[in-house]
Design a binder for this molecule. Sequence first.
Ligand code: TRP
Length: 353
Amino acid sequence: MKEIILTGDRPTGRLHVGHYVGSLKERVKLQNSGRYDEIYIMIADAQALTDNAEHPEKVRQNIMQVALDYLACGLDPEKSTLFIQSAVPELTELTFYYMNLVTVSRVQRNPTVKAEIQMRNFEASIPVGFFCYPISQAADITAFRATAVPVGEDQLPMLEQCKEIVHKFNSVYGETLTDPKIVLPENASCLRLPGIDGKAKMSKSLGNCIYLSEEPEEIRAKVMSMFTDPNHLRVSDPGKVEGNPVFIYLEAFSRPEHFAEFLPEYSGLEELEDHYRRGGLGDVKVKKFLNQVLQVELEPIRERRKYWEQRLPEVYEILREGSRTAREKASQTLQDVRHAMRIDYFENDNLLK
Ligand code: TRP
């Protein structure tokens, strides 16, 4: 069986370091591992419209931004098919058939949907389209016969719901769809990077993100303003490492080479953390180190982004060509689905028999 990846992001803003460690970095690693036969990376504009119906311009403007972030991180159009969701209308048709295999109460129990409904104050007025997006996400995954879906842990309930749809479809209509596996990042602190203000999640609306396109001076200013242990008032005070954003970022980004180059007096992160816990290590010193680490990690990404920013017509062609390839793949699956459901009336004359 072919090994196939499908994943994607909603184009509602530029991507940030939380996206990077939570998912983009892993994708690039999987892309370059050579273990996958096909890789599809989707800009989920149709899904973004489920809660931005009145702001299509916001979604539209972020399509190129997300494409640039993808290329900046090292997704390679020679190895991965980058495409736009709405350019593959087959996904909508699949969604419509899958809707019959899911109950309203099942979607209501989906923890991600629950949390998002709350976050958007949708309680009394949930758009039907928004409510159905887990089903459309199952269409995205199955249309490409994905075996692996690399995403952040917040997407776990979506994958579970997708698997249920696959099993239900296959048991009602016969083995047709491929059962996908979720692929989570290995490093536990990468599962969810908090905002620079210490809030649980980086989000544009909270203004607590470090973007992949950020300039060096902005990165430095954001790192130096980061929330740390509020009880670590004097350098000599013992400090808390657990839940401290500065250390969570170091766990996600720092490598032994960074210590050798910038903090040779420490053998590694463990020794730095021990010192912080004991007291005698100031926040400013740790933040300066984190800034150095982030500068080293983000520079090549920013430079690659600038390279592609100079070549927007090429990026546009990459998306156009990718969307064409993606559409071909999805229409194959849709054919199989229609065949399994026996609604492929004009592919044969069985209806007359
Ligand atoms: N829900 C994802 C996000 O919030 C985007 C997405 C849409 C997706 N369809 C998908 C991710 C299919 C993985 C697989 O960014």
